[in-house]
Structures are given as structure tokens and as C-alpha cells.
Unconditional design. Structure first.
Length: 433
């Protein structure tokens, strides 16, 4: 059996195991270990099993992950999500579909201190879903707006996917985080446009609520200054060169803990719960990274990556056709598997290809994260759909029926980023250093 064929079979085996609900880390680790032994002999497998886990978790750049996760968890436990939702709802809740618009806006702001789509969707779902139900919103619109809005947590910095993409491709994490700001704002506006279009077609989906007076709006604004301060300090510090990404993550984590304590919304029990939740999330991500490290040792030795790149070059397709086919492939994969697993499985070979075709690696990172957002809300495995189902108790079919306008909005965003690359590259190009 040729090396590339063995690699392709190994990749197919991992996808099949993930589809059978085998944990991602175990699927990649077991297939990688067995594949390496079969292709290269068992005598050196012990060396790989000792070295790959160390290489997967020792880079200093990975230190931003637990710190950003800690920042998001303490922000959630400190009640910032409810304050955010109340503020945005006070501004636009009187509009048709206003509470759904407020949900998307609050998700975008909360994503700026969270970095996780799942955490954003789960946290905002618990806050926004009861309010929209009380206001008479259709379950299709309310659930879909939370599911889609939650995905903004992986685009608007700090983003876990951008951090791992940067480590895998040796790109500047700070520039990648900056690259997500404008596409994240664009995604927020397009999601709001999708809500506006849906409620224009059927006003019963999201009836307007009472208009808040200016005193109520000012009172709501008073409760969100912490989020603005935290986001401005972390992102502004990186943009102007005051902090490295790791230093910014440490400042953000410390700031979130202080603000949660100062606000009186975090008690001793909540503190230890937040620490435990952060440790669990970090442990899960690091286990996946270790499994991917073992699997990548196997893939590298098979020559599959170079074979794929050469095969696509030999096809002679225009580079934009190759990019289009890659995006279609990622939408399909994203509908079948977890986005982090998809990244760890495919970015290695795909990155070599896009560099060979002359695409900007920062721009491609934004395109990749955008397509990951689509995968999070596309059945059958769109993870945010299941998160909202667990939070709301709604049938999955109800949530899926409302998601189409948001998927269309994401596709429009991808097209705009492709037509105007500066949406992803302008801010990084102006960063200090």
C-alpha cells in the first residue's frame, strides 16, 4: 500500500470514528498510532508517542488559550452576559424583531470577552430565550438568532480557533485576532439584516416591544462599562503593541476576575466553579491537540499532504476555483464534525496548498473561521443547534427551520471577504510591530 493511500484511509477512519461519536482526541490518537506503526514499523512508535504529546502542548503561544478561556468563564459567571443583553435590548428592543436583534448584538459583544461559540450560545441562550418567549417571539426566530449569534464568539477576538490556526501555521496570533474584528462586525450586521428580512416577511415572528426611555437606557449602559473596558484593554493593548497576545490574555483574565468580584456577582462557590469549568475546557482542548499531534506524525510520514498539493496543481484549475471547492468541502465537513477537529485534521495540507496558490495566510484564516461558523449551525452535527436545543428544550427541527437566513448571511459574508480582502487584512497591516 502506498503512503498517500494509507494516509487517505487513516483520514477516512478518523472521520468515521468521529461520526460514530468516538471522542475526537481518541479517534485521532488511536488511528495515528496504529497508522504510524503499520506504515513505519512498531520499533519507533514509542518515540512518537512520547514526543508528539510534548510537542503538541509545549509552545508558549498556547498559554493564551487557558487565559482567554478563564476570562470568558469569569465574565459569564460575573453576570456580564445579562447586563449586555439588557443594554442592547433597551436600545433596540422596540423595533420589529428587536429582541432577536439585541440577542445577536449581545452575542457579538460577549464573544469579545469569551472566544468560544459554544459558551456564547449557551450563556446568551439562557438569558435571551426566556425574554423572547415572554414577548411572543416565534421559537424558530428566537432559537436560530441565538444559535447563529453564538458563532460570532469564534470570529470576534479573542478567538480560540484563531489562536490554534496561528500556532499550526506559524502566523502572528495578534494579527489574526485583529483580522477577525471587521468580519465579526460585518457578520453581526448581516445577521441583523437576516432578522430584518425574516420579520419583514412575517411580522408575527418577532413583534416589537415597548420603547425604553433614555433614563432606562442610561441605567442599562451603566452596567456594561466593564465589558467595554475589558475588550478595549485587551484588543487595544495588542493593536498598539502594549501587550503580546499572551500578556493581553493574562491582563484580560485578571481583569475579568477583578470585575466579577467587584460587581458582587461572584461568590466563593462561584469562583471555584468557574476555575473548574475553565480547567475542564482547557483539558478537553489540550487532549484534542495531543491526539492531533500523534495523527499528524502519521500523516506526515505518508506523504499525503504533498500528494494532494501536487494533484491539485496538476489539475490546472484557476486558484479561485480551488478556493471555492475548498470552501464547499469545509461546509460539508463542518456539517459532519466538530470545527476544532476539522481544523486540526485539514489545515496542515490545505495551508501548503493555499500558500502555493499565493493566497494571503491571514485572509485565509478569516475565510476558514467564517466557514467554521457555517458548520456550527448546519445540520446534522451543527454543534450550536444542539447547544440551543439543550438550553431551550425545543425540538431540533424547530431550530433548523429558522436557521436558513443566517446561513445565507454567512455565505454573503464569505463572498464579501473574497471580493474585498482588506476586510480581513487592513487592521493587521496597521498593527504596531
Amino acid at each position: 500500500m502506498s503512503g498517500p493511500l494509507a494516509g487517505a484511509l487513516g483520514f477516512a477512519a478518523v472521520v468515521a470514528l468521529i461520526a460514530l461519536r468516538v471522542p475526537v482526541a481518541i479517534a485521532m490518537g488511536v488511528v495515528g498510532a496504529l497508522g504510524y506503526g503499520l506504515v513505519n514499523g512498531w520499533s519507533t512508535l514509542g518515540f512518537v508517542l512520547g514526543r508528539a504529546p510534548f510537542e503538541s502542548v509545549f509552545p508558549i503561544g498556547l498559554s493564551v488559550l487557558p487565559l482567554f478561556i478563564l476570562m470568558g468563564v469569569f465574565a459569564a459567571h460575573g453576570g456580564l452576559s445579562r447586563s449586555l443583553y439588557g443594554f442592547v435590548a433597551a436600545l433596540i428592543g422596540h423595533l420589529r424583531g428587536g429582541l432577536a436583534l439585541a440577542t445577536v448584538g449581545a452575542c457579538a459583544i460577549f464573544g469579545a470577552v469569551c472566544g468560544s461559540a459554544i459558551a456564547t450560545a449557551a450563556t446568551m441562550g439562557r438569558v435571551a430565550m426566556p425574554e423572547m418567549r415572554r414577548a411572543g417571539y416565534d421559537d424558530r426566530l428566537s432559537s436560530a438568532s441565538v444559535a447563529a449569534g453564538g458563532t460570532l464568539g469564534v470570529m470576534i477576538p479573542p478567538s480560540i480557533l484563531f489562536v490554534i490556526y496561528g500556532l499550526m501555521t506559524e502566523q502572528s496570533i495578534g494579527k489574526l485576532l485583529a483580522a477577525g474584528i471587521l468580519p465579526g462586525i460585518l457578520g453581526t450586521l448581516l445577521y441583523m439584516a437576516a432578522i430584518g428580512w425574516s420579520t419583514a416577511r412575517d411580522p408575527k415572528l418577532g413583534p416589537p416591544g415597548p420603547r425604553a426611555n433614555w433614563l432606562e437606557r442610561l441605567q442599562a449602559a451603566r452596567d456594561v462599562w466593564q465589558v467595554v473596558l475589558l475588550f478595549g484593554l485587551v484588543l487595544g493593548g495588542m493593536y498598539w503593541g502594549w501587550f503580546s497576545p499572551t500578556e493581553a490574555a493574562a491582563v484580560g483574565a485578571f481583569g475579568a476576575i477583578v470585575l466579577a468580584w467587584a460587581g458582587g456577582k461572584l461568590k466563593r462557590a462561584g469562583y471555584f466553579t468557574a476555575i473548574k469549568e475553565s480547567a475542564t475546557t482547557v483539558g478537553m482542548i489540550f487532549m484534542i491537540l495531543i491526539g492531533a499531534g500523534i495523527f499528524n506524525y502519521f500523516i506526515d510520514t505518508t506523504g499525503l499532504t504533498d500528494a494532494i498539493v501536487q494533484w491539485i496543481k496538476d489539475l490546472g484549475l484557476p486558484r479561485w476555483w480551488v478556493m471555492f471547492l475548498l470552501m464547499v468541502m469545509y461546509i460539508i465537513l463542518g456539517a459532519l464534525m466538530d470545527e476544532l477537529a476539522m481544523m486540526l485534521l485539514t489545515v496542515g495540507p490545505v495551508f501548503k496548498l493555499i500558500m502555493a496558490l499565493g493566497f494571503d495566510p491571514i485572509w485565509f484564516g478569516v475565510m476558514f473561521v467564517t466557514v467554521c461558523e457555517i458548520g456550527m449551525i448546519v445540520p446534522p452535527v451543527g454543534i450550536n443547534l444542539f447547544v440551543i436545543q439543550s438550553v431551550s428544550g425545543l425540538p431540533l427541527a424547530t431550530i433548523v427551520r429558522g436557521i436558513t437566513p443566517f446561513v445565507v448571511a454567512d455565505c454573503v459574508r464569505m463572498l464579501l471577504i473574497a471580493l474585498v480582502p482588506a476586510l480581513a487584512t487592513w487592521l493587521p497591516s496597521r498593527m504596531a510591530g
